[in-house]
Ligand binder design. Structure first.
Ligand SMILES: NC(=O)c1ccc[n+]([C@@H]2O[C@H](COP(=O)([O-])OP(=O)(O)OC[C@H]3O[C@@H](n4cnc5c(N)ncnc54)[C@H](O)[C@@H]3O)[C@@H](O)[C@H]2O)c1
Ligand SMILES: [Zn+2]
Length: 702
């Protein structure tokens, strides 16, 4: 389980302390009233921990408004007295803290705790539900712990809280009201349909919904009981409830028809040792991401009534129970942009680009947005602060914007008007938008990419022409270009003799492109131009690349374990295409590169020879940066071609000048890179001088 990384806010002086108390009180008031706090729980907890730390150092400065030591931070109130106070829970954040807590509890009762109940800490709001003679009469919030608010108007909208019990008993059920993920989605759909702002997360949804009266619509919530108490006229049930172990009380509650967590994957479990508690805690933590409702920890309670009685309660929390907190899975961050990605079948899916935020031990920079309707429904805007949810391995998702944090500068999200991959029209008739070319979209995009200037460089084969070839069924992948039939090309619109012959000639030339470009044209994920060149130079021919396993691929500069495995897998998928290219006579070797020793021969002299001695290339061991306009023999070369040239001559190309740069090729209008190279004392060469240095490697004139 990831450790808690959130440390307390540090408060330097009285003024900072007072400001923190005010901020926390405001947040808590909003949180308990409508669920609409501007802070996420992590930020709130860090603030309160900072307040507590300051108060410990300066007890004489304690402000009345301080949230510490109070149920609901002192922010909630009510006028319906509770029979027995409804308290909060103390927290632990690690196995060690938990062990310390059990030791102090056992010291207090002067004996080992006989059994523990380990249950989910449901992330909703505490309520008391009073049943008289089996009928649900009153629903009350926790309030300040001694008195809560009457929210009986919600009776009938809460799944798991029947209006009639299985037996005509008088009893108070205590538990949590929350929205399941599904209810939350439903709530936001209904709410936005009625012109309301979506709830930022399920907890806010439950808080806002429970207290709202006279809404034009109802949304469902779910109740989970975690305890029961007698009421004034409970009769003999009072004695039973006072004596039964907690676990058996829960079983009675369920027997009466009230919902508990017993039917979930994280059902309460009774165990006897601290080790068993710990392993159940880990189990629950692992199950969390897949649960259909939110939990923010695990509650561990002494199970026996006698143990609970003797431990007693403080003003804010019982001493016989503890909340083992799990890392927060929700954080507020900013929505920076939206990307539109086209899938294999042509589905165009939006993805949110976020200001990176750490959630549960990983950095989250993207979140799924499902479809355009979803964006509209959630009323998301660029620049919005959004609540992001991420647990376990699930794809992070945006729950909703935090509307209270809007500044007015937020911008609408623009939807694409043409397919971002191939430029075709978009079919918007369904919720999930789709490129009208469907699966062909990918073909159009990958053929266009392969024909591009930095890959096979096929002149006259622009996007429109590719669309034309794909639509005519002449091309299903870019290998088909090499077997195009002249007569059939002539049959297409706008393809006269001249353009057809020019195109065929350009394709013929493409056949002679070096392996590095052919490899790049394959579009293997994570291998752009320079990586493709490194791979091609290392292996020298396609067969060797294909024969390489992940371990061997990692010998190529810049390829790590994960990328190596991904490349190997993708090359297997691409086998039919590669074979088609080979059959069409496309070049499969890299000029000037020497293949590595075959596997198993690594220890022979070739491998033992010191680096650089093998080829004696002019730029061996050098890192070269190019800037400004090239002239003379280099004039026509694009930046990519310059980089190819550098690498062919044994150097490494880079785009920025640093201490490690060996040479800067500076042409006309060289700017800041030149200044930087001068400052660092990096050698600078004019294009002509550089051309002389690598003369043997210049592309032959066409
Ligand atoms: N974002 C904000 O602005 C803001 C403001 C105030 C409070 N908060 C958050 O609220 C939390 C503190 O609230 P709290 O005082 O309600 O304490 P809590 O939620 O940490 O713990 C106590 C509550 O746990 C609930 N609970 C869930 N499952 C239970 C179970 N099986 N058995 C017993 N109780 C169970 C009960 O409702 C109980 O009242 C913190 O996590 C804090 O971050 C956030
Ligand atoms: Zn498309």
């Amino acid at each position: 389980m990831g450790a808690m990384t959130n440390s307390a806010v540090v408060l330097a002086d009285t003024a900072a302390y007072a400001a923190a108390v005010e901020e926390a009180s405001k947040a808590a008031a909003a949180y308990y009233a409508t669920g609409g706090s501007t802070l996420d729980d992590d930020a709130y907890d860090r603030l309160v921990r900072g307040i507590a730390a300051y108060e410990e150092e300066h007890p004489q400065e304690l402000l009345d408004a301080s949230p510490t030591g109070k149920v609901a931070g002192g922010a909630a109130t009510g006028d319906v007295p509770h029979t027995v106070p409804m308290l909060s829970l103390d927290n632990v954040f690690s196995a060690e803290q938990f062990v310390t807590w059990t030791a102090s509890l056992e010291r207090r009762i002067d004996r080992p705790v006989a059994a523990w109940s380990v249950e989910p800490k449901l992330d909703g709001l505490a309520v008391a539900a009073r049943y008289r003679a089996g009928r649900l009469e009153q629903l009350i919030t926790r309030g300040d712990g001694t008195a809560g608010e009457d929210v009986s108007h919600a009776i009938g909208t809460v799944v798991g809280l029947p209006e009639q019990l299985a037996e005509p008993v008088t009893i108070e059920m205590r538990g949590e009201i929350l929205m399941t993920t599904e209810q939350f989605e439903q709530a936001n759909a209904v709410r936005t349909e009625h012109g309301g702002a979506p709830f930022a997360n399920p907890r806010n949804g439950a808080a806002g919904t429970l207290r709202a009266k006279d809404r034009a619509y109802t949304v469902e919530m779910t109740f989970f009981a975690y305890g029961a108490l007698p009421l004034a006229d409970s009769g003999e049930l009072a004695d039973t409830l006072a004596e039964l172990p907690h676990s058996e009380v829960l079983a009675r509650v369920a027997g009466l028809g009230v919902h508990t967590a017993a039917d979930t994957d994280v059902a309460p479990r009774t165990v006897t040792t601290v080790e068993e508690v710990q392993s159940r805690v880990e189990e629950v933590a692992a199950l969390r991401a897949a649960l259909p409702f939110g939990i923010d920890g695990i509650v561990i309670k002494a199970d026996l009534a006698a143990d609970q009685r003797e431990a007693g309660s403080g003003t804010r929390a019982p001493r016989w129970a503890i909340a083992y907190k799990l890392p927060a899975v929700e954080k507020v961050t900013r929505l920076l942009g939206v990307e539109w990605n086209v899938g294999r079948t042509g589905i165009i899916a939006p993805r949110a680009v976020l200001e990176p935020v750490e959630i549960d031990g990983s950095t989250v920079s993207y979140a799924t947005l499902h479809n355009p309707a979803d964006i509209t429904r959630r009323d998301l805007r660029l620049g919005d602060r959004v609540m992001v949810y991420k647990a376990g391995d699930i794809i992070p998702r945006i729950e909703a914007p935090v509307a209270q944090l809007r500044t007015g500068d937020e911008q609408p999200i623009e939807f694409p008007e043409a397919c971002p991959q191939c430029g075709s029209e978009i079919d918007t008739s369904e919720q999930r938008w789709r490129c009208v070319r469907g699966r062909d979209c990918r073909i159009v995009a990958s053929v266009s990419y392969a024909a591009g200037r930095d890959q096979l460089d096929i002149e006259g084969l622009g996007a429109t022409r590719v669309v034309q070839l794909v639509d005519a069924g002449l091309v299903a992948d870019f290998a088909d270009l090499f077997t195009l039939d002249r007569e059939r090309l002539l049959g297409l619109d706008r393809m006269g003799e001249t353009s057809t012959d020019n195109l065929l000639a350009a394709i013929g030339t493409a056949r002679t492109q070096p392996l590095s470009r052919v490899f790049c044209a394959l579009g293997v994920r994570g291998t752009g131009r320079s990586m493709s060149r490194r791979i091609a130079r290392y292996f020298a021919d396609m067969d060797r690349i294909r024969a390489a396993d992940a371990e061997e691929l990692q010998r190529v500069d810049g390829i790590g374990k994960e990328k190596a495995a991904a490349v190997v897998a993708e090359l297997v998928e691409l086998a039919p295409l590669i074979e088609k290219l080979m059959a069409a006579g496309v070049t499969m070797t890299e000029p000037g590169a020497t293949p590595p020793p075959a596997p198993g021969e690594e220890d022979t002299e070739a491998a033992a020879a010191p680096d650089g001695e093998d080829g004696g290339l002019p730029l061996d061991g050098m890192t070269v940066v190019v800037t400004g306009a090239m002239t003379g023999a280099l004039e026509k070369l694009s930046r990519n071609e310059m980089n190819e040239l550098i690498e062919r001559a044994g150097g490494k190309s880079s785009s920025s000048v640093s201490k490690r740069t060996s040479l800067l090729v500076a042409g006309e209008k060289a700017g800041s890179k030149r200044t930087k190279a001068e400052d660092l004392g990096v050698r600078i060469a004019a294009p002509d001088e550089f051309a002389g240095l690598i003369a043997g490697f210049l592309p032959s004139e066409v």
